[in-house]
Design a protein around this ligand. Sequence first.
Ligand SMILES: NC(=O)c1ccc[n+]([C@@H]2O[C@H](COP(=O)([O-])OP(=O)(O)OC[C@H]3O[C@@H](n4cnc5c(N)ncnc54)[C@H](OP(=O)(O)O)[C@@H]3O)[C@@H](O)[C@H]2O)c1
Length: 192
Amino acid sequence: MMGNPPYKQWLADHPGITLLPFNEAAADEIVINGIDGHNALNTLTAIADALSGKVLIDYAVPYIYGAEMEHPWPTPWGTMPKLDPYDTDSLGEQIQRALPDVKVVKSFVTQEQETVVNPKAIGGGDHTVFVAGEHADAKRTATELLTAYGWSDVLDLGGIVSARGMEMYAGMHSAIGLALGLGNHFGVKVVR
Ligand SMILES: NC(=O)c1ccc[n+]([C@@H]2O[C@H](COP(=O)([O-])OP(=O)(O)OC[C@H]3O[C@@H](n4cnc5c(N)ncnc54)[C@H](OP(=O)(O)O)[C@@H]3O)[C@@H](O)[C@H]2O)c1
């Protein structure tokens, strides 16, 4: 739909990437959750033991997709997914509650994948990325990773409750992306 190559082809072009079952992928000290948001909680809960004590950077937006849903939006495909939960809860909080031994950091989620890992591709990197979570050491780890990617403005939004705002930003991100045209990357900058 977005013009991405088939995964098999992408994997062949990126020999440094290894595909592993979830519990084996969780063996590293830092784990990034890029699972479809609606299915992330069940999938992560099933590998709770493997994740115990780890830093889990949660990138997922808890979207429910369904062409039959009535969420008209000027996307090329005519609808927008439904966000669930929102307002009074977030996926980041749900994961932290379900996995109390895991240090969840909500981050990355305000950017597209290409620019999370290459922020300097936009405005020379002069824009802002966010972290939120209950564990200061885990937020430091996430910030170090972001710095290694090239980020210079990492704003700590406090506790995991801030995941609500980060996930709800997804609608605004889509609106800006559609206004600029698909494929045009952008960032947000907090001016202060
Ligand atoms: N794309 C972006 O720029 C962007 C921006 C912000 C946040 N995010 C978030 O990042 C995550 C990945 O985004 P994406 O664009 O890469 O989406 P995607 O292409 O749809 O990838 C979703 C991933 O979730 C897996 N998955 C789906 N259902 C599953 C289930 N029941 N159990 C286990 N795994 C399941 C899929 O595995 P299979 O391939 O095997 O089906 C796939 O690897 C999403 O949560 C999205 O909200 C993405």
